[in-house]
Write a protein that binds this ligand. Structure first.
Ligand code: HEM
Length: 123
């Protein structure tokens, strides 16, 4: 059984996706303010690591707390929706087949509660 990471084409495809994705995000006035003080080189690297973990790629030894890195930034559902739309557009643009696109989007969506700060211990 191939992992989702292997099926989409591994590191090369993840790199292409993340690069293109942030071009979309940074060109979007709704998204731009959130990234004004962020080192994009570092973020791209972290996002590649995150995708590798989320899609069951090789263990990089990195731990990423999505809750910690997103809390207090004023991120609302509309921002998360837009973020996901940019990811969807990017995956299609790089030519991923629709069933893999759906699988990737579904996997990433499982982290939504952590981004919106709704994943607290007391629910
Ligand atoms: C499921 C959706 C999302 C995922 C999987 C995700 C993933 C990540 C990852 C892996 C990092 C790096 C974490 C680290 O450095 O420790 C990060 C950082 C960041 N994310 Fe997200 N993110 C998501 C949604 C969003 C949304 C909707 C926004 C705002 C519109 C956002 C804004 C940011 C910002 C500003 C940073 C950089 C923080 C800094 O400067 O250190 N993210 N995200």
């Amino acid at each position: 059984m191939q992992t989702l990471y292997q099926r989409i084409g591994g590191q090369e495809v993840i790199e292409k996706t993340v690069d293109r994705f942030y071009e979309h995000v940074l060109a979007d006035p709704l998204m731009q303010p959130f990234f004004a003080n962020t080192s994009m080189d570092k973020l791209r690297t972290m996002q590649m690591e995150f995708f590798t973990i989320a899609l069951d790629g090789p263990d990089t030894g990195t731990t990423i707390s999505l809750y910690a890195s997103h809390q207090g930034r004023g991120i609302e559902r509309q921002h998360l929706t837009r973020f996901t739309e940019h990811l969807l557009a990017t995956l299609r643009e790089i030519g991923m087949n629709e069933s893999d696109v759906s699988a990737v989007i579904a996997r990433i969506a499982t982290y939504s509660d952590q981004i919106l700060g709704e994943s607290t211990i007391d629910g």
